[in-house]
Design a protein around this ligand. Structure first.
Ligand code: FAD
Length: 328
């Protein structure tokens, strides 16, 4: 057993001060991911700073139409918030497709952003994993890789990003605000999660000691509708094999603006500007949707067991677009 210290912070300043920029400390929120990692002996914090008492549980509509979501807002509270249901249904659907009711009741917004991959090689300390142990190799590259990524991979890591919520946020556009020893920073959601490249251990743009205080969604696109489609091995309590968050605004029969993000197939929550460009100004037909799907997956690289994800993701895109454009 590994012992660790536990400290409870009362406000943001105390939380960041308690953490310092100590690499061996971690914040703990709902604990649904972190405690798993500790039990598996993958994360070995020497100090846990409990942030659950921080006043970061509000969801606030801003005057400019954006929505500010406190880091400690639970996945359940966010999914059922009236503004999310009315203006950001794609996010509500994404949240409700994830985990289970019990988990969503304690899982927080910041914890979801920060959750680690479910790659079995990462989660098993007896296996090589460049993300967990830089330089040890990647067991998945030549191993069992059915669930792994086909976009954003490198020769060092093909682990898939597991979040559904982040895919919804990626499509909507958002900003992550963090506070730490160096002050406050805003990070565009699209730049927050990092591609593995040759440093897969660096998963996000957060420095030691920085705390996520809130996520702010962009103002909704005028007249847009959204839909999240998640394809998986069973219909609940399962991570995505491929998922698509589609947000579309129409101008008559033509697509005025579209946002496409994908889950289950990328090493980070995947925004497809290629698909969006293929949709812009085009008629909302199956042929258009298929072109967008081809564009989204053009750069996909399959490994031994996961080639099926490429056509699966294309089908998810086509179906999500057909559903969202049929809602008019
Ligand atoms: C069985 C199971 C099934 C699941 N299925 C799904 C699914 O289908 N889809 C899906 O999207 N997710 C799924 N999840 C993941 C779940 O959504 C996450 O575990 C959860 O969102 C993490 O939130 P938390 O508050 O519990 O985070 P914690 O476990 O407390 O923390 C996770 C990480 O976030 C860091 N952290 C927490 N708060 C902050 C902060 N304010 N600032 C900086 N860092 C912070 C912690 O230090 C830690 O590194 C599943 C989880 C389990 C256990």
């Amino acid at each position: 057993m590994r012992n660790f210290d536990y400290q409870r912070a009362g406000d943001v300043a105390e939380a960041t001060a308690l953490h310092g920029n100590d690499h061996s400390a971690d914040f703990i929120a709902g604990g649904t991911n972190l405690i798993d990692m500790v039990k598996l002996d993958i994360m070995r914090p020497q100090r846990l700073v409990d942030v659950n008492r921080l006043p970061l549980t509000d969801i606030e509509s801003l005057d400019d139409g954006r929505l500010k979501i406190g880091a400690l807002v639970t996945n359940t509270d966010l999914a059922y918030h009236e503004r999310v249901l009315a203006d950001y249904p794609v996010l509500s659907e994404a949240l409700l497709s994830g985990a289970s009711t019990q988990l969503r009741n304690v899982a927080t917004t910041a914890g979801n952003v920060m959750q680690r991959t479910r790659c079995p090689y990462f989660r098993n300390p007896a296996r090589p994993c460049n993300k967990r142990e830089p330089g040890s190799g990647c067991g998945a590259l030549e191993g069992i890789n059915r669930n792994h990524a086909v976009l954003g991979t490198s020769d060092h890591c093909i682990a898939v990003h597991p979040s559904d919520m982040c895919v919804g946020m990626q499509a909507l556009g958002a900003t992550i605000t963090v506070e730490g020893p160096g002050g406050t920073r805003d990070i565009p959601f699209e730049e927050y999660h990092l591609l593995p490249g040759d440093t897969p251990e660096r998963e996000h743009d957060l420095n030691d000691g920085e705390l996520i205080t809130h996520v702010t969604l962009d103002a909704p696109i005028d007249g847009a509708r959204g839909h999240y489609l998640k394809l998986r091995d069973r219909m609940s309590y399962e991570f995505a094999l491929a998922s698509c968050a589609a947000v579309v605004a129409m101008d008559g029969d033509a697509i005025r603006e579209a946002r496409i993000a994908l889950g289950g197939i990328g090493t980070k929550p995947w925004r497809s500007h290629e698909a969006e460009a293929a949709l812009s100004g085009q008629p909302a037909t199956e042929q258009t949707f298929e072109k967008a799907a081809e564009a989204a997956m053009a750069g996909a690289v399959a490994h031994r067991d996961n080639a099926f994800k490429i056509p699966l993701a294309k089908q998810a895109i086509v179906r999500a677009l057909a559903t969202v454009t049929a809602q008019r």
